[in-house]
Write a protein that binds this ligand. Structure first.
Ligand SMILES: [Zn+2]
Length: 308
């Protein structure tokens, strides 16, 4: 079926008018290699095929412990890209945890290098977005940290231009701990002011940060409406999301839980309702302790109510 709002590129995605690809339908996959694949001694390049066999169609490669250079060989990244295309798996990359644009000058400079290393590798493997945690507040005010993030990300984007990398988006993520920069407001504020940037909505983090904000469908709807109001229809239609159930304290996120654990939120069925209602095409990455198993569950939940 030909989508009406863009042209088809290979088997995956639709290109928008700024040259970025958007998912062609709701897609689901794990954050990192599932434990069962590791037991099979599968290599990284086997992952897309194994996900495809499970009925999944997205994968977030984890570069979370990287420093200033890519830790994957270009050749392996290219093989991963080929396998992902062959098996219709949408790739994203979770960037280094060692990024803090709120830190001292030398920390910010090292953080820029780390983010750029992640984007380079994402470009090699054809990953569409580099998800990252922008900053900690430390002793600074939220306003100061916002300005620091904006400045640092502008520098990174400029460097990406020089490198000719223009297909990979930067994805600042909504964060779950109150010590971390990354409220919905802050993340949307960055995206409003930057090219080549889109928000990564981690629903569990928003839930934890705002002390259990998702109690009914309306609570999800409000977030989607806010994104649409600030960033436009396309942004809300093509969200990159993380989902898991989460436990929190007064400081925010404590730990992740599986979908089966009813005492924790948020409830994926409610998000699924809004995805169907708004006819969205999000990429939803499962960060549940049982990664792919819960990605399959989420997909099934959505499929029941939304024939995409
Ligand atoms: Zn993250």
């Amino acid at each position: 079926m030909l989508p009406i709002d863009g042209k088809v590129i290979g088997v995956i995605g639709i290109e928008n008018d700024r040259g970025f690809q958007m998912a062609d339908r709701p897609r689901f996959g794990p954050a990192g290699v599932p434990p069962s694949f590791k037991k099979l001694k599968a290599s990284l390049t086997d992952v897309p095929r194994l996900l495809h066999e499970e009925g999944l169609d997205a994968f977030e490669y984890q570069a979370v412990r990287w420093g200033g250079e890519p830790k994957i060989k270009m050749e392996v990244a290219k093989q991963l890209e080929a396998e992902a295309k062959k098996n219709d798996v949408w790739l994203s990359l979770h960037g280094s945890y060692f990024i803090n644009f709120g830190g001292a000058e030398e920390v910010v400079e090292a953080s820029k290098k780390r983010l750029i290393a992640c984007v380079k590798a994402a470009d090699w493997m054809g990953a569409h977005i580099v998800v990252f945690h922008p900053a900690f507040y430390g002793k600074k005010t939220p306003r100061e940290v916002f300005k620091n993030c904006l400045k640092a990300m502008k520098d990174v984007i400029e460097e990406l231009r020089t490198l000719g990398i223009n297909k990979v988006m930067l994805g600042p993520e909504t964060m779950g701990k109150l010590s971390q920069f990354g409220s919905l407001e802050e993340i949307l504020g960055l995206c409003e002011n930057l090219e080549q940037t889109k928000p990564v909505i981690d629903w569990a983090h928003l839930h934890a940060r705002d002390m259990g904000r998702f109690k009914k469908i309306e609570d999800f709807r409000k977030v989607l409406e806010e994104i649409e109001k600030r960033l436009g229809k396309e942004a809300v239609k093509n969200l990159h999301c993380h989902f898991t159930k989460v436990e929190f304290t007064e400081k925010g996120e404590k730990c992740h839980h599986t979908l089966e654990e009813e005492e924790y939120g948020p409830d994926f069925a409610m998000l699924a309702e809004t995805i169907a209602e708004f006819k969205l095409k999000p990429v939803i990455i499962s960060e549940s302790p049982i990664l792919d198993m819960d990605a399959i569950k989420m997909r099934e939940t959505l499929k029941k109510i939304y024939n995409y």
